[in-house]
Ligand binder design. Sequence first.
Ligand code: ZN
Ligand code: ZN
Ligand code: ZN
Length: 359
Amino acid sequence: MSDDSPAIREIRINPVVPSESVLVSTARGMRPRKAEDPAPRDTRKHVDRCPFCTGNETMTPPTIAAWPAEKDWRVRAVENLYPVLGDNSTASNLVFGLQQAIDGYGRHEVLVDHCEHGIALHEMSQEHVSLLIGAYQERMAALYAADPRIQYVLVFKNFGPAAGASIPHTHSQVIAMPVVPENVHNEVTNSRSYYEKHRQCIFCSLIDEALTFEAKIYDRASGAVRRQISVGQYVVERGEKFIAIKPFASRYEWEVHILPLEHRHDFLLLTPEEAEDFARVLRHTMARLDAVIGGAQYNFFLHSLPHSPEFSNCKNSYHWHLEICPRTSIPTGFELGSGLYVSTISPEDAARQLREVSL
Ligand SMILES: [Zn+2]
Ligand SMILES: [Zn+2]
Ligand SMILES: [Zn+2]
């Protein structure tokens, strides 16, 4: 917290998913959770016994796809050796979100993001990140096409042990699921209700607000300015076609979302030109996070309109995005029990710190 900003203590409701609220409490000593010791990052280029390193391709299940080609791969997709979902397994019921139990059929693939073992996303070349984004699109399209029972294809990445990455070699995962995950479902249905009321996409409204909003909030008793919201306060990085913003209310203190500036409902419709700008904004955002929180361990999740017919009327109301959730602390019992997350840094201050990093 910068010294001149007054302490904030308020509950902020996530405008898209109101059940995900956050208590922003920046007063010193209000830290109810334990900060995680940042584990040193594995920065080795090549590890002899790593199944994802070049030369060890026989240690993984067969390659499903490789980019640009199997022989000289730079990104490679393989079946997950320990899938959470597999073909026609009816025995295991899985729990996604809170209560949702489902039959465990679906597909689970791993994308080896880069042939270099310990490379961080912001250290990859711009061209490589574009290639990776294209690989996400290809696998997502193929999995939707392969089985009509698939309701959602989730692309996500766990980086670092704090984020649950069991294999240190940089990788992403693609899971084709027979249900829409609860948080995506909530986003889609809530934004549809918002659209029905306001004829406006709530994500587009949030982008507009991030770019243009200006307001003063006065203290009712004294009349003094309690909080001032100014232009660009939530903007972390701006590209030609994409924007990275720090949500006004978010579960994780350093959570950042990247969205297309123009309304787009489906990640699969991203053009190669747009993918380049997305790659640029993503790399810069990761570099900023890495500089501010030091060796970011994080999860990211791609949220795009599910392909099930139930949501075919949500093309104007849902806006695809990438949610980046750095893991800097362990949720406390209070947070897990109440569903109310606690942030000891204000989102405005977090955005400013990220913005101020010179790249
Ligand atoms: Zn490796
Ligand atoms: Zn929109
Ligand atoms: Zn989302």
